[in-house]
Write a protein of this length. Sequence first.
Length: 461
Amino acid sequence: MIRQVSPPPAKSQAELFPTRDVYTVSRLTTEARILLERGIPALWIEGEISNFSQPASGHWYFSLKDGKAQVRCAMFRTRNVHASYTPRDGAHVICRARVSLYEPRGEFQLLIDHVEDAGEGELRRKFEALKAKLQAEGLFSVERKRDLPALPARIGVITSPTGAAIRDILNILRRRFPAIPVLIYPVPVQGAGSAVQIAGAIRFASDHRACDVLIVARGGGSLEDLQAFNEEVVARALADCQIPTVSGVGHEVDVTIADFIADVRAPTPSGAAELVVPDCRDWIERLDGTLRRIAQFTRRRLQERRERHKWLEGRLAQCHPGVKLQHQAQRLDDFEQRLKLCTLRSLESRTGRLQSAVHQLARSSPLARLRDLLSRRGALELRMFGAMRHLLSTSQRRFEVLTRALNTVSPLATLERGYAIVTRHPSGELVRSSEQVDKGDRIEARVGKGRLRAVVEDKEE
């Protein structure tokens, strides 16, 4: 029995996809970029550069590839302006990068923060390791450094005989001090085995002592080009060298192990040549100054000798016998005059003393003293009589004045005008009021001339 089965009814799009989140292309690329940047941290990557380009914006664009894959890279101008290495096609490099995505084209790419040559990075690590090792041994210490000679008798130069460095050094030496000979130790300054030959030349120069100062130099270049001067064998040779050494390797920004070991580091080979010799013009000026001082000293010494010669001639003339006789005769005349003068002065002094004694004797005679005393007595009598008359006259005048004043204030004068002084009798008590006496009391009254006694018969208050 055949049974026919009907298919179920078809579902609509709304029933199949009840909720749909539709992405735009830009949204998809944005979220993909965010996932890449957040999910993968910054990393180091190694590869070969191809398709390198640098447009007017200054950004770098290139591909980084190995044998199986490649990836687009971008290094923006804000980053590459500080880069010490410029990429080129075919170069093998190590980069520090962040994974990202270029949204407009949906392309996976790396944003480069740092780029360096793969070989140079290894050289840099070796450089730092050797530097730390030698520094720990004390080979970089300032105490080891020796001073360069002020004027070397011969200069030794270890460098390539065909490079620009030797020409620069010779030009500087010829210009500054052409009289100093230069001994060149030709060596290769880069490539395989160059470090061993440089070290051998340093030891050879140290053993033979044919020069007073040694320049180790070469021109500028990359870290790989300067690698020979970063080898331990060269560093050990410089440390053991018995001659003061100057390192003039590369340009001013280049730093090598030889710079730390050498007694003096120069920024360039030309700078090394300027350090080891003085400027002959300065020496000529100093020599001229020295010659002028010598000439002045010579003239001064000759003048002193002439003056001393004249003085000795004068001394010799003074010591001549004839001159001595003249001096002695002159001294004899001088003594004679002084003797006469002394005799006259002695006589005058004695005459004066005699006259003084005569005068003193005359003054000390009794007659003269008696006359003097009589004269003084007469003078004193006159002064005494005059003083007595004056004193009597003065006393008389004062007496008269006092008498008049006494009479003026005397109570007797008051009594003569009719007043009286009453006292109790016989006690003599002064009566100033009638209350002091009673009837029958005896009183005494003093008047201008005489006294009166009475008895109180009555009184009135």
